[in-house]
Design a protein around this ligand. Structure first.
Ligand code: C5P
Ligand code: C5P
Ligand code: ZN
Length: 487
């Protein structure tokens, strides 16, 4: 068994767990009862919602999908007030079992999630989570992946939804195995997608639109990794290519990345590495330029849906710009007008990212280095829905990659701040668990927090922001020294 594989026992146990959820859904649909689906706002959450929505539509279910930024007492109480026959949570729920147990204990509830958890669910809940089966939910299966296993248990025909689960996993940056591949239980999904002809993979430059898009656009449109002065800046991207002698056209036709010779590709990579180094960024980022590309074969090559990573960015954009239902519709197969609209949203999202990043780097102090972490002060400027995206990008774009970062911004119209924390694999391997740290620090300061070891979030009252940051800085130091977090 290779080290990225999941064992037969683990897989069987996960599939049995997913089948419990599928059985309850089938029974509910047979009774003609209404189903509420509640999912998370990011790419993985929207992909999960799309998979569940499509599977329910195929069953002829009556249902509604609702997308939320997080799951808290407010969301739980509005669900309780609706009294649905069945509620399905996707991509959150496991980390909020305390809230669900106290407000929805008597309800029929399914949780399809991959977050860490510490509480036991009420006996009326069906809880499906890879961590229950010894599978690492932060890298080996996403929320969309859990939704996919449920959909497959419901009906084998739903294997055609596997590519959407691949999009979800990539949205959560689970491509953590060699050459940026997906592994663990995600590998089973990739195999399903390949077998049914919906997915093709290849190792190449990871820039978006590498099959058809003019090279300067491919460079400028890519946000992961984010290359300062090139990402989001087409004109500078043209100048950069000219400066290294890569001709953008052959005759009167634009060349795409796949038209470059091996030698030109090498030249491009080393020039980008030099460019990154000149910005004070380490080679680690440069190494991220080549890896496994996941192509959705049923999508047109010139659309942002062709490359699964770009698809995930598009989903993220719809969620973060307040148009989540567009993202869900696209995952359920809607194209035409929905895709046209989503394309516009994607453009706006890219411009917003570029704007925020230049604002943050323009003035010293907006990114502050403490003893053990970086703090990104986005208050007043960065929209709270964009904080997660900005911190994901910055996690590979800071001078000291061994230091985790937390970014925050005030939530509009509310009295609290939204925090997003990120780190990288080598730091997790040293024992850091941001999910645990943000949970402890969030609860200590009258808020809430949680997530994965590598990526976590919290909501904290504004008056406690400074104290919260100070505690996170201390807890990171403590945990990296191998000391227990509490006590
Ligand atoms: O709620 P969920 O698990 O879907 O969200 C995980 C979030 O953390 C995603 O927004 C994903 O992009 C981010 N992430 C990250 N770096 C990682 C892993 C996850 O930025 N290495
Ligand atoms: O919001 P953000 O993208 O920073 O969240 C990172 C991860 O932490 C996500 O998986 C999110 O679901 C999780 N999270 C959580 N509890 C919170 C806030 C975020 O589990 N209170
Ligand atoms: Zn997720």
């Amino acid at each position: 068994m290779s080290d990225d594989a999941v064992s037969r026992e683990q897989l069987d146990s996960l599939q049995n767990n997913a089948k419990q959820a599928a059985d309850l859904i089938r029974k509910t649909v047979e009774n003609g009862e209404f189903i509420h689906v509640v999912s998370h706002l990011d790419a993985d959450g929207l992909a999960a919602a799309g998979i569940i929505g499509k599977a329910l539509a195929r069953l002829g279910a009556v249902f509604r999908i609702r997308i939320e930024r997080w799951l808290d007492e407010k969301v739980a109480s509005s669900i309780a007030a609706d009294k649905p026959a069945l509620t399905v949570f996707a991509d959150f729920g496991s980390g909020n079992l305390d809230v669900l147990n106290s407000q929805l204990a008597d309800n029929r509830l399914i949780i399809l999630d991959h977050h860490q958890f510490t509480e036991e669910p009420s006996p009326t809940f069906v809880h499906v989570n890879p961590h229950l089966h010894g599978i690492d939910g932060s890298r080996d299966l996403s929320g969309a992946g859990v939704a996919y296993f449920m959909a497959k248990a419901l009906d084998k025909a739903n294997v055609d939804l596997a590519p959407i689960a691949v999009v979800g996993a990539l949205g959560d940056r689970q491509d953590k195995y060699a050459s940026r591949t997906l592994g663990g239980a995600n590998r089973i999904i990739v195999e399903d997608a390949e077998t049914t002809g919906g997915l093709k993979t290849e190792t190449d430059l990871l820039f978006f639109g590498r099959e058809t898009r003019p090279i300067h656009k491919a460079l400028a449109y890519t946000t992961v990794p984010f290359i300062p002065d090139i990402s989001g800046q087409e004109d500078r991207s043209v100048a950069f290519l000219a400066s290294i002698g890569i001709t953008p056209k052959k005759g009167d036709k634009w060349r795409a990345l796949r038209d470059l010779s091996e030698e030109e590709k090498k030249k491009l990579c080393s020039a980008l590495a030099d460019h990154l180094a000149s910005k004070g960024l380490s080679g680690n980022v440069a190494l991220n330029l080549i890896g496994r590309v996941y192509m959705l074969t049923h999508e047109e090559p010139w659309t942002p849906l062709r490359d699964a990573r770009e698809f995930s960015v598009l989903l993220n954009s719809t969620g973060r710009i307040g148009r989540a239902s567009l993202g869900v519709a696209i995952c359920m197969g809607d194209r035409g007008v929905a895709l046209e609209e989503a394309n516009k949203v994607l453009g706006e999202y890219r411009r917003t990212i570029t704007k925020y990043l230049s604002w943050l780097t323009e003035e010293p102090g907006r990114i502050e280095e403490l003893n053990s972490i970086y703090v990104v002060h986005g208050e007043g400027i960065i929209d709270d829905k964009m904080i997660g995206t900005i911190s994901s990008i910055l996690s590979t774009n800071l001078p000291k990659l061994e230091k985790p970062l937390i970014a925050y911004s005030a939530v509009q119209g509310e009295e609290f701040a939204k925090f997003s924390a990120r780190t990288l694999d080598p730091v997790v391997k040293k024992g850091l668990n941001l999910g645990d740290i943000l949970k402890i620090a969030g609860e200590k300061y009258s808020g809430r927090g949680g997530g994965h070891n590598i990526a976590a979030g919290a909501q904290v009252p504004i008056k406690n922001v400074d104290a919260f940051i100070k505690l996170v800085d201390e807890l990171v130091k403590k945990q990296l020294e191998g000391k227990p977090l509490e006590g």
